[in-house]
Design a protein around this ligand. Structure first.
Ligand SMILES: NC(=O)c1ccc[n+]([C@@H]2O[C@H](COP(=O)([O-])OP(=O)(O)OC[C@H]3O[C@@H](n4cnc5c(N)ncnc54)[C@H](OP(=O)(O)O)[C@@H]3O)[C@@H](O)[C@H]2O)c1
Length: 324
């Protein structure tokens, strides 16, 4: 068995890691941390895990050991934990943004100084970077928006002039801490665009796709899921859908089809559904759907950890989407 730990076990992505890890046949949860809930039984704090996990949350400052650790904490916090694990030979999958971008770009985009400059991480969109992930000690798990967006454009990225991602996200993307944006009366019945030209995830999309990339996010009144409507301009490809089918053939979690995907077709699962492929003069529209907490976070993190440990990629991730 491989022992794994979670820094940030009470958060939305930390809880989601626990949900999948309790059923993982090769990963054994050694610890999950929380500063605010230290000493509280995990199943008491996360009622859906009652009777399934006996352990208590431990302090992230206690002595922690495992073969692999998931850091599921806010950006600027992960970089304080990652070095000490790596120095002790413990592999890390970081779910935060701290190691996703080149350091200079990170500091510019996130407007903070990085305290671990020079550390090398592999950016981990599993289906695109498997070979590098296999040899990595540190994988930077991609952001939720970039995951849905990049997969929706990658197979034709070199044949287009310009890409525009229009994404709609469920509110769990903002984490467990309530805010005015997540307050029910502000969200229910609304569709809220935000950071319409300035969202930080655009930098990740540009890093992977190159070229001219634009991105506008919206929050919608659902708990989970991200739908991305991708407009590609100047597309020079005859059979766009055929290109996607070929590119993603053999990718267990990527489903390509004609229809427009639905959030309910991926909710609770590690799938990326890609469809639509509607074409007019100079423009193709492609739509993708993911669960932000699974393929957009915890699921992809476990997929990457499987690859890092030489295990089958889909181990522990066979959950079927929750529909309706
Ligand atoms: N939510 C998503 O859909 C999503 C998707 C992809 C990536 N991410 C990224 O994944 C990370 C976690 O996101 P989340 O949504 O799970 O956040 P969250 O719900 O706000 O949870 C944050 C967790 O980190 C812990 N924490 C906060 N500050 C800490 C510190 N200084 N030291 C140690 N632990 C600390 C919190 O517990 P205590 O305060 O009790 O210690 C909590 O368990 C973020 O970097 C986020 O950007 C999130």
């Amino acid at each position: 068995m491989v022992s794994v730990g979670i820094i940030g076990g009470t958060g939305y992505t930390g809880s989601e890691l626990l949900r999948f890890l309790v059923n993982h046949p090769k990963f054994d949860v050694e610890f999950a941390t929380s500063r605010s809930e230290e000493g509280v039984e995990i199943g008491e704090y996360i009622p859906s895990l009652r009777g399934l996990v006996d352990d208590e949350f431990v302090s992230p400052d206690s002595s922690l050991d495992a073969d692999l650790v998931f850091t599921a904490v806010p950006h600027t916090k992960a970089m304080n934990y990652v070095p000490s694990f790596l120095e002790r030979g413990i592999k890390v999958v970081d779910l935060s943004a701290d190691y996703r971008l080149p350091f200079g770009v990170y500091e510019e985009v996130y407007e903070v100084e990085h305290c671990d400059v020079g550390r090398k991480a592999v950016y981990g969109l599993t289906e695109l970077h498997r070979r590098e992930i296999k040899k990595a000690d540190l994988v930077a798990n991609p952001g939720c928006y970039p995951t849905g967006a990049i997969f929706s454009a990658y197979p034709i990225k070199d044949d287009v002039d310009r890409i525009l991602f229009d994404s709609k996200s469920g509110i769990s993307g903002a984490g467990a801490k309530p805010s005015s944006a997540s307050h029910f009366p502000n969200l229910d019945g609304n569709l809220n665009p935000y950071k319409v030209t300035t969202h930080r995830h655009q930098a990740e999309m540009k890093m992977v796709l190159g070229g001219e990339v634009h991105f506008t996010p919206h929050v919608i009144p659902v708990v989970r899921g991200i739908m991305t409507t991708t407009h590609v301009f100047g597309c020079d490809v005859d059979d766009v859908k055929g290109r996607y089918e070929e590119f993603y053939s053999g990718c267990r979690f990527i489903r390509v089809y004609d229809d427009v995907p639905k959030l309910s077709s991926v909710r609770g699962s590690n799938y990326v559904d890609i469809g639509c492929f509607s074409q007019e003069e100079g423009r193709v529209v492609i739509v993708s759907a993911i669960d932000n907490l699974v393929k957009g976070a915890a699921g992809q993190a476990i997929q990457n950890a499987n690859v890092m440990m030489g295990l089958p990629e889909d181990l522990g991730l066979k959950a079927i989407p929750l529909s309706p």
